[in-house]
Design a protein around this ligand. Sequence first.
Ligand code: ZN
Length: 104
Amino acid sequence: MSCVSRIVDCPTLTSVTNRWGTATKTVSLCCRVCGRYFPASRFDALTCSSTCRQRLRRGQDLAYLNGLPERQQQAEREFHAANDRLIAAHRNAGAAKHKVRDLK
Ligand SMILES: [Zn+2]
């Protein structure tokens, strides 16, 4: 499994209908533990399932990199680091928007 090699054929934003019949947007993200792409309704989701969330809590961040060549591991780490910066920037933008709204 590798996030970087499969990023091209991965849909970025799709509209789906949830179980209550409401249209929601999901974004395809790469799981930090198993390396599979999964549809997420939150932009800052890190893991695909409760199993991977638990594995992440137990210190198995980027566990899927084991067995990959060193060069590919580095590319995957850079990919996730860039994703982390994107999430942080998104959160900062949201916080700034709230601050401006509070000042009014
Ligand atoms: Zn996973």
